[in-house]
Each structure stands twice: as C-alpha cells, then as structure tokens.
Write a protein that binds this ligand. Sequence first.
Ligand code: 13P
Length: 254
Amino acid sequence: MRKKLVAGNWKMHGSLRQNARLLDALVAGAGGMRCDIAVFVPCPYLAQAQRVLSGTPVAWGGQSVSEHDAGAFTGEVSAAMLGDFGCRYVLVGHSERRTLYGEGDDAIARKFAAARRVGLVPVLCVGETLAERRDGQTEAVVSRQLQAVVDHVGSAGLVGAVVAYEPVWAIGTGVTATPGEAQAVHAAIRARVALADAALAADLRIVYGGSVKPQNAAELFAQADIDGGLIGGAALVAGDFLAICQAASKLGTD
Ligand code: 13P
C-alpha cells in the first residue's frame, strides 16, 4: 500500500519571519499524521527549514536543481548543495519552470538524473495545458514528459521517485480537475509505467497538484491512483495545509 504524500510548494513566497510562524505551526500540527509531509522552500530558506524541521515529521526540499554537479553555472544550485541542507526531495520540471524558464523534457530528465545521483527523491511534475486538454492531448503530453525521463534513467530510475500530475490549467486558478478527471490521468500514468515494470508501477507514488484545498482534498485523495497532493497557495496557510494533510492522514496506512 502506498503511503500518501502531501507536499507544499511555497514557490517564491516567504520571509524569515513568515516562515518561522508557518514552520512552527506545521511542526505543531504534523505529529501523529499518517502521511508523509514535506515543504519545498525557496533556496535561501533551506537552512531555516533544516534548523526548524530536523527531527520532526516534516521533510523539506528544493524547488528546482541544476542538471550539473558543479561548475561555472551562475545562479544554479546543485543537487549536492540541496543535500548539504538536509533536503530529502526536489521538484523537477514544475510547469512554471517549463513555461516561464524554458526547461524542456531533456533538460528536465538530466535534472532528474542529477537528483538521483546524490540520493534526493525527485518529484517529477507533468501536466498538460488547457489547449492540449481541449485538443485531446492530455495523455500524450504526460506520456511524453514521463518518457523523456525513462529514456534517460531507465524505468528503474523511477524506483522511489514521485510523479506529480499538475494540469497547468488548474494551477493557481482555483479550477481543480474533478476527482474523476485526475484519477483518469493518474491511472494512465501508472498503466504506462506498468508496461515496463508492474511492481514499480504499483509502488509509484503519483500525487495531484492544482488548486487543492481543504474542501476538495479528501475526495481527490480517495481516488485509487491519487497518492497525495502537491499544494501551492493553500500550503502558505498553516491551517489549510494541515487540514489537507489531515485528509490524507485519514486515508493513511500506518
Ligand atoms: P496551487 O495549489 O496554488 O494551484 O499550485 C499548485 C502547484 O503548482 C503546486 O506545485
């Protein structure tokens, strides 16, 4: 049985003072939850996350990573650097990186591999735009995004990783995929991985992101192939994020 994961992507939000309040509240509320919990914080706050979250049930990670291990890459952060600050996870291929910063499938695959080289758990984000959905391209787009990674690291490279299905049209818009729409794509992703390795597919955690709120989390997480959530806006409000964790915890397995 797959343990649910609820992860907050803070994006470019926060300050030392705001984070201190938010992190303290998360630590206070996370005890006893029967799901994994993580936060993706902006890089300058990794030391703060490490200091406050070490030894608590809340893990942390970076929002992106360089495909390179070291070198003359101004502005980039390596996977080993994230590891130095205790990160367990790193987001790879978030749609904002794809669309705003031009990260393509191949670069994202190399970032995924860089994360794996140092033992970070990559959370590979995939998802279609509204135009692609209207065009009936959802599964094709998501499959292409996934396949680029498999081509680079092999299907064994997905072992222990996480896939986040984030339809671009549902991110920050307040429009959520219906539980049925999300489930259909999650099932398609799992079926695709199963073609290469059924056991791997059965264990792979596939989380949903896109306007997850306390009001819709329980129904989304109850779907057979939805193993938790990647939360944007609602992750900045401790009560909302913890309510979403609670929804996952109620469906938890241990
Ligand atoms: P929202 O929850 O704000 O829609 O953001 C989703 C997201 O992009 C998480 O990575």
